[in-house]
Design a protein around this ligand. Structure first.
Ligand code: CS2
Ligand code: MG
Length: 402
C-alpha cells in the first residue's frame, strides 16, 4: 500500500489548526496534527513544500523508516517546526495502519494496560473566590484532578488565567498582548490561594499548578518547599528548562513533585532530567515531539527511571493530537495523567471523534485507527486567523517568560 496523496489544511474553527491528511492507493486515509501555536504557517509550509512531495509513492506500512527518513534526511535535526511536521506524518501513518488492521492504534502499541485515562481540567480565577467557584464547577462535572491558577493581586492580567470559565485560549491577538509580571507578588500570593483550595476540596482531589517557566531555580525551590503541605500532584514548568541542570537545584530542596516538557520536542531535551530522576512527570506531547513513534521511545526511557507521563493537552493540540495521546496513554504502563482542556463546540464539530469524557476520565473508543475524522469544509467556513501567544514583561519593562 503506497501513499498516493498528502494534503495540508489550515483552518480556524475556534482557533487555528494545521491538519495533514494522507491517502493511500487503496483509499485509506490517515490524519495528523501539525499545529504549532502562533507559528502555524511555518509548519504548513514545511509539510507542503518539503515533506508532502517526498511522501508520494512511499510504502504506508513503513512508519519507522519514514520517521528516520524525515528526521535524518533533513540533515537539520530537531526543533519545534521540524518535529511537529514529522509528528503529523507519523500519526497519520499510525492512523492508516490501524484502519488497515481493523484495530484501534492502542492495540498496535501492545494493547490497553488500563480501562480509562485520568485527566485534569483547568480551573482559573482572578481571585480565590472566583477560583473556588471554578474548582467546584469542575468537581460537579466529575473531575478528580484539577489544575488551579489564580490572578496575582496588583497585576492587570496573568498568563494562564483566562476570563472564560470552560475554554481557555491564551493565543488571543494578531499582535501579542502584553502581561505584567512580578515574581515577588506571585510568590507572596500563590501559597495561600493553593492552601485555600486544598482546604475546600479535601484530601482526595488531585491539585496541579503551572508556573509557566517564570521562576529561577532557587525561587522555584522555595515555592516547592512552601507548597509541600498542599500535596500538589505536580508543580509544572517551575523554571525554563533549556538548562536541564536547573532542575537539580529545585530537586535538592523540595519533595513537591515536578512536571516539565510541553515546550520540548525530542528525547534529547529531557534525557538528563529523566536519567537523574530530576522530574516526576514528562509533559511532552505527541504532536510537538515527533509523533507516536518518538514519544513512545521517550516514555520507555522514562519508565526505566520511574518518571511517569503527563502529556500536554492544551486546546492548541487538535482532537487528532488528543486522540493520538489517548491511544498512547492507555497502552503505556508508566502513564501518570493526561491534560484535558476542552475544545470548543466549533473545534469538536470540525473534528468528529470517538473519544469521550466520563467520570473524570477520557476513553479513546475502539474504532480502527485513531477514531477522528476531519470536516474539510472547515477550511472555507473558518479561515486562518493570525493569533499569537502573549508576552510578559516585568514591571520595569524587561521581557520575562510568560
Ligand atoms: C499550558 C498551555 O497546558 C498548559 O500547561 O502551559 O496552555 C500552553 O501555554 C499552551 O499550550 C501554549 O500554546
Ligand atoms: Mg503548561
Amino acid at each position: 500500500m503506497r501513499i498516493a496523496d498528502a494534503q495540508v489544511f489550515v483552518c480556524s474553527p475556534g482557533r487555528n489548526f494545521v491538519t495533514l491528511k494522507l491517502t493511500t492507493d487503496e483509499g485509506l486515509t490517515g490524519l495528523g496534527d501539525a499545529t504549532l501555536n502562533g507559528r502555524e504557517l511555518a509548519v504548513a509550509s514545511y509539510l507542503s513544500d518539503h515533506v508532502c512531495p517526498l511522501l508520494i509513492g512511499r510504502e504506508a506500512e513503513r512508519i519507522e523508516d519514514t520517521w528516520q527518513y524525515l528526521y535524518k534526511g533533513a540533515y537539520w535535526r530537531r526543533g519545534p517546526v521540524t518535529m511537529a511536521a514529522i509528528a503529523a506524518v507519523d500519526v497519520a501513518l499510525w492512523d492508516i495502519k490501524g484502519k488497515a488492521a481493523g484495530m484501534p492504534v492502542y492495540d498496535l502499541l501492545g494493547g490497553a494496560v488500563r480501562d480509562r485515562v485520568l485527566v485534569y481540567g483547568h480551573a482559573n480565577g482572578r481571585d480565590v473566590r472566583a477560583l473556588l467557584d471554578a474548582v467546584a464547577m469542575y468537581r460537579d462535572q466529575g473531575y478528580e484532578a484539577i489544575r488551579v491558577q489564580a490572578g496575582v493581586p496588583g497585576l492587570a492580567s496573568t498568563y494562564g488565567v483566562s476570563a472564560d470559565r470552560m475554554f481557555y485560549e491564551p493565543a488571543d491577538a494578531a499582535r501579542p498582548t502584553e502581561n505584567e509580571w512580578s515574581t515577588e507578588r506571585y510568590l507572596a500570593s500563590t501559597p495561600p490561594v493553593l492552601e485555600a483550595v486544598r482546604e475546600a476540596v479535601g484530601p482526595d482531589v488531585h491539585l496541579l499548578h503551572d508556573v509557566h517557566h517564570r521562576l529561577t531555580p532557587i525561587e522555584a525551590a522555595a515555592l516547592g518547599k512552601r507548597l509541600e503541605e498542599v500535596r500538589l500532584f505536580w508543580l509544572e514548568d517551575p523554571v525554563p528548562a533549556e538548562l536541564q541542570d536547573s532542575l537539580r537545584i529545585v530537586r535538592q530542596h523540595t519533595v513537591t513533585p515536578l512536571a516539565i516538557g510541553e515546550v520540548f520536542n525530542s528525547i534529547w531535551d529531557c534525557e538528563q532530567l529523566i536519567r537523574e530522576q530530576l522530574i516526576d512527570y514528562i509533559r511532552t506531547s505527541v504532536s510537538h515531539t515527533g509523533g507516536i513513534s518518538h514519544l513512545r521511545k521517550l516514555y520507555a526511557l522514562a519508565e526505566v527511571y520511574n518518571v511517569r507521563s503527563g502529556a500536554h493537552g492544551a486546546t492548541d493540540l487538535s482532537p487528532v493530537s488528543l486522540a493520538a495521546a489517548l491511544h498512547l496513554d492507555i497502552a503505556t504502563s508508566n502513564f501518570g495523567i493526561q491534560e484535558y482542556m476542552r475544545h470548543t463546540a466549533e473545534t469538536d464539530a470540525a473534528f468528529p471523534h470517538e473519544y469521550r469524557f466520563e467520570d473524570g476520565h477520557l476513553i479513546p473508543g475502539s474504532a480502527p485507527g485513531l477514531g477522528v475524522e476531519f470536516d474539510e469544509g472547515s477550511v472555507e467556513r473558518h479561515p486562518y486567523n493570525p493569533a499569537y501567544l502573549p508576552v510578559n514583561r516585568r514591571r520595569d519593562g524587561t521581557m520575562h517568560s510568560w
